[in-house]
Every structure is written in structure tokens, then in C-alpha cells.
Design a protein around this ligand. Structure first.
Ligand SMILES: Cc1cc2nc3c(=O)[nH]c(=O)nc-3n(C[C@H](O)[C@H](O)[C@H](O)COP(=O)(O)O)c2cc1C
Length: 224
């Protein structure tokens, strides 16, 4: 698979086959992704890969805490979105949610069904591998973008191994539990989770294909 194919075929996968991913494959992906660029070559990423009992343990722990804390652990370490999104971001976010729930026939008013689907985040959508991306909390926005680059490289390399992914900022609402479970040193904070595994082609939720704003809206070519 070349880079363009990897980019074109990467979509967020929210249902997986139970097929395990060999440790050697996970290691190869995380290892090759180290080649990601970062400002000043700081390489601020730190990733934890969980499978088997390690994955099941975290999922069970979060599940046990969810009834008492359905919205996760406040205060959050960072806001996933600004409090009130404005255009064009607001509409894009809205459409993404609507389209996602439409694939599984969940109506807007059905708050419970939506909540249950959201909660699937905390099972890594059934993926056999859960990745948790962290960084030193003293670092700033430029280093957050570096971690994003590492994550994207992981997602593209995964495609090369026939694997799919879903980045999951949602995990940040369980930052305390994740920190406790992974025994994170105090300077490390969780940025995002990521599901990794083999796509369940038959799952309706995986039919979602999100739109993109046209090139003219996001890029300007000058002087050509
Ligand atoms: C950093 C990051 C965090 C994300 N967090 C979540 C998440 O918590 N749950 C989820 O279902 N999707 C999550 N997504 C997936 C986005 O919704 C998805 O990338 C976007 O809608 C575009 O769709 P596509 O990935 O299928 O192209 C995240 C994506 C990124 C890049």
C-alpha cells in the first residue's frame, strides 16, 4: 500500500473483529512511527499499548466507575472543544454526529442510545488493542501537534498492515482512572486513546464516510 492509498483508506473504525493483533505488528507500527517529525525533534509522544488482560482490566475499571460518574472525571485536563463552537466548526461537528448515529439508526431524541454508543469508546469499540497517547503536561500546543503527527503516522502505518484505527479523545474524560491504571508519572497526562484492530466490514457503523470541506476553503495557492 502506498502513502496515498493509506491516506485514502484510513477512516475511523468503530467496530472490530476479535482477531488479535500480534505484538510484533503493534511494535512494528509504534517503532516505525517514531520517524514522525517534531519541532526541535523533541519527540514528546509516549504511548501505552494494551491488549488481552491489560486491556480488559482498564475497560472493566472504567465500566465499574461509569454509573457513579456518567460524564467522566471532572475537572477535565483539557477541553476537547471550546465551550461554544462557531461556524463552520459547529455545523461540521453536528453533521459528523448526526451521520454517525444515522448509520446505526439512532434518532436525535434517543439520548440513551446515543449515550450507550458513546460509551463504546471506553471498550475501544471492541478492538483487540487499545493505545493511550500521553505527553508531558508542561509542554504546549506545538508539542500537542507533534503528538498528533505521531498518532497520524501510527494510523497510516496501521493501514499498511491491514489494520484500522479510531483516534479517541473521549478517553480524556477518564484521565484519572487511566493515569491510576497505567501508573503514569505525575508529569505525564493523557491526550487521547486509539482503537487498533481489524475492521468489521459487516458493521453498519463502519459505513460512515465523513465529508471534507473543498480544497478552496482550506488552501490557497499563490504565485504558481
Ligand atoms: C485526535 C482525534 C480524536 C478523536 N476522538 C474521537 C473519539 O473520542 N471518539 C470517536 O468516535 N471518534 C473520534 N475521532 C474521530 C473523528 O470523529 C474522525 O476522525 C472525523 O469525524 C473524520 O472521520 P474519519 O476519521 O472517518 O475520516 C477523533 C479523531 C481525532 C483526530
Amino acid at each position: 500500500m502506498n502513502v496515498s492509498e493509506a491516506v485514502a483508506t484510513r477512516t475511523s473504525c468503530r467496530a472490530y473483529l476479535p482477531t488479535p493483533v500480534p505484538a510484533a505488528t503493534v511494535r512494528a507500527v509504534l517503532d516505525a512511527a517514531r520517524q514522525s517529525p517534531s519541532g526541535g525533534n523533541l519527540q514528546p509522544w509516549r504511548v501505552y499499548a494494551l491488549a488481552g488482560p491489560s486491556l480488559a482490566g482498564l475497560v472493566a475499571l472504567v465500566r465499574s466507575r461509569m454509573p457513579a460518574n456518567p460524564l467522566g472525571e471532572a475537572p477535565v485536563e483539557y477541553d476537547i472543544y471550546p465551550g461554544h463552537l462557531w461556524e463552520p466548526f459547529r455545523s461540521r461537528r453536528f453533521k459528523c454526529g448526526e451521520d454517525l448515529y444515522a448509520t446505526i439508526g439512532v434518532k436525535r431524541e434517543d439520548k440513551l442510545a446515543r449515550l450507550l454508543q458513546f460509551a463504546r469508546n471506553f471498550e475501544f469499540f471492541g478492538a483487540p488493542v487499545g493505545l493511550l497517547f500521553c505527553l508531558d503536561r508542561r509542554l504546549g500546543p506545538p508539542q500537542w501537534s507533534d503528538v498528533g503527527m505521531y498518532m497520524q503516522t501510527v494510523m497510516l502505518l496501521a493501514r499498511g498492515h491491514g489494520l484500522d484505527t479510531c483516534a479517541q479523545e473521549a478517553w480524556s474524560i477518564w484521565h484519572r482512572t487511566v493515569g491510576e491504571y497505567l501508573a503514569l508519572p505525575p508529569e505525564l497526562m493523557l491526550f487521547s486513546g486509539m482503537a487498533l484492530g481489524y475492521r468489521d466490514e459487516s458493521a453498519p457503523i463502519n459505513r460512515l464516510r465523513t465529508e471534507r470541506a473543498p480544497l478552496e476553503e482550506v488552501a490557497e495557492l499563490r504565485g504558481f
